[in-house]
Design a protein. Structure first.
Length: 244
């Protein structure tokens, strides 16, 4: 089995391609998807923002600021150092989910595992199903599975963020454009042999999930009560709000 065979099919997929009876095929194939989903969800449920706030500051980030267990709230509450650690943690668990899903069933398994990682981040079983909004996890999922689409939506995110200074608005616009960006770049992926046809369904589901999670932000944006990010404070030489 070559490296590209492993990426495309995983261990189980490669075994099934080699030949298996119907019962064995169904058990391994369906079982592979179930394991990928469970593993992704459990990895997603490991919330970096909550862990860092409790270990480093003795508090729960969900009791501060917006009450959201995500990087933006950590940035506003504790500063960019802790926000950076949160970013690494959220991105890292998505990479782990990608590796698990890929090892089991290749690209299809990675889609299931990474999507459930985002779901786990939003509804973590370890923290009473009250987590973050899944932006970092969703972004890393897209980067890993369709880097061409990621470049497009990341550019949109940066333009909106630096133009209006709202992380939420930038996230909403990126989510809205993602299915279109994915569809536009699928041809490149197919030429490289790295895409799975049902991936478009996941692109739509991921966008809907992120947009639904940002509904309260949409209302605040409409009412002009949404908080902006102080870009000079965040990207300045001093961390400003960083708590010790």
């Amino acid at each position: 089995m070559t490296f590209f065979d492993f990426i495309d099919d995983g261990f189980i997929g490669h075994y099934l391609i080699g030949g298996a009876d119907t019962v064995t095929f169904m058990i391994l194939y369906v079982g592979g998807f179930i394991v990928s989903m469970i593993a992704g969800y459990l990895l997603g449920s490991i919330n970096s923002a909550i862990i860092i706030s409790k270990v480093k500051y003795g508090t729960d980030i969900r009791s501060s600021g917006s009450g959201n267990a995500g990087m933006t709230n950590v940035l506003r509450t504790y500063g960019k150092g802790s926000a950076g650690l949160t970013l690494l943690g959220d991105a890292g668990k998505t990479v782990a989910a990608y590796l698990v899903g890929t090892a089991i069933l290749g690209i299809p398994g990675a889609y299931f595992s990474c999507f459930m990682c985002v779901v786990g981040h939003i509804f973590p079983v370890f923290y009473k199903f009250h987590g973050g909004k899944g932006i970092v996890c969703a972004g890393m999922m897209i980067l890993l599975l369709n880097p061409f689409a990621f470049l497009i939506i990341f550019a949109v995110f940066l333009i909106v963020f630096f133009g209006f200074k709202y992380v939420s608005l930038a996230s909403i616009m990126a989510a809205m454009i993602y299915p279109l960006a994915h569809r536009a770049t699928m041809g490149i992926g197919f030429m490289l042999g790295r895409f799975w046809m049902p991936s478009m369904t996941f692109a739509v589901m991921l966008a809907v999930l992120v947009l639904w999670r940002h509904y309260p932000n949409m209302k605040r944006l409409f009412n002009r009560t949404e908080s902006k990010i102080d870009i000079k404070k965040v990207f300045g030489k001093k961390s400003g709000g960083e708590k010790k």
